[in-house]
Design a protein around this ligand. Sequence first.
Ligand code: GAF
Length: 388
Amino acid sequence: MTAPLDPDALAAAFTEAFRHAPEGVWHAPGRVNLIGEHTDYNDGFVLPFALAQGVSVAAAARSDGVLEVRSRQAPGDAVRAPVAGGPITAEGWPAEHAWAAYPAGVARVLAPYGTGGASLLIDSDLPRGAGLSSSAALECATALALCELSGVHVERPELARLAQRAEHEHVGVPCGLMDQAASLLCRAGSALMLDCRSGLSSHVPFAPGDAGLTLLVVDTRARHSLTAGDYAGRRAECERAAAELGVPALRDVKDLAGALASLRDPVLRRRVQHVVTENHRVEAATGLLRAGAVAELGAMLTASHLSLRDQFEISWPQADTAVEAAMRAGARGGRMVGGGFGGSAIVLAPADRAGDVREAIGAAYAKRSWEPPAFLEAAPSDGARRTR
Ligand code: GAF
């Protein structure tokens, strides 16, 4: 069987679907966030790395100002949308075309920069709703393809902001910058320390294998959707807390005890507690990685998980169970990743305990009659690029 994202196979499928060859194939990865959850839209810090898995787009320019998208994961009719136009969210797209709002939104945001219409065939080996950022991968692969087809050059940090804007304006999700930045800026063997206020980033070496460790991604099988409302709700609470505290964003809270004492709403106190401490954990984790103390990262991961569970209140039973079972089986640490309410968890374990950890998580799931989890050994990989 051909690998799902073999660029030659995707180009051949494009030729069959559109009756002419594509001009190229572009790939953008999904991401795992090592640490720094729900800090990005609070102007804080994040530390993601890119996965080997992602979204590929075979593409050719069109002269009629239309974006025509087909997906190997959504066989059926092509979705067509003019690249010029207002917010897609206001256009009453049929629900079965929801996935196509991501590439169409990117085309609309980039059109003023000089990109035009295109035919796209999309393929993905990222599970959707698994919290591994398949949406941003789709946006970023599309953005690179459209820019290159039209000879438009946008620096990658700016392109990440534009892809984020497409998601805000055309999909209706008020996401932060992390996922798009990770997909476009990450490098193999490193995590990306990103300051989401300045947009400045640096590559921090992260090679768990060299330290005798495995970073396991656990697809908990509980699905999530950022459009479901809870994500936007958490963001709104953080903004309300910042306004009550009189700071531009929660990143600016320097005196946590003072801030907690001045907030009357216990829910806002919990949200602030998470965001402020999570920013410190990102900085500490970055320091540990730079010092080569990879195993020590485990305690940070678990502290992050407990904060997301108890203060930010976005973890879910399968993630809690996976982390607890992994720790009992000898993992160094673990936590839920992504927006929350479903998706994936990560576990950092000594390589020689990884089998025990998988077994322990599987057994804990079986005891509760949950659909078995899926595992992926994550290798920090390169960001978006042309593959053909
Ligand atoms: C989702 C969002 F898209 C990100 O911007 C980020 O807020 C994350 O949830 C939580 O850290 O992936």
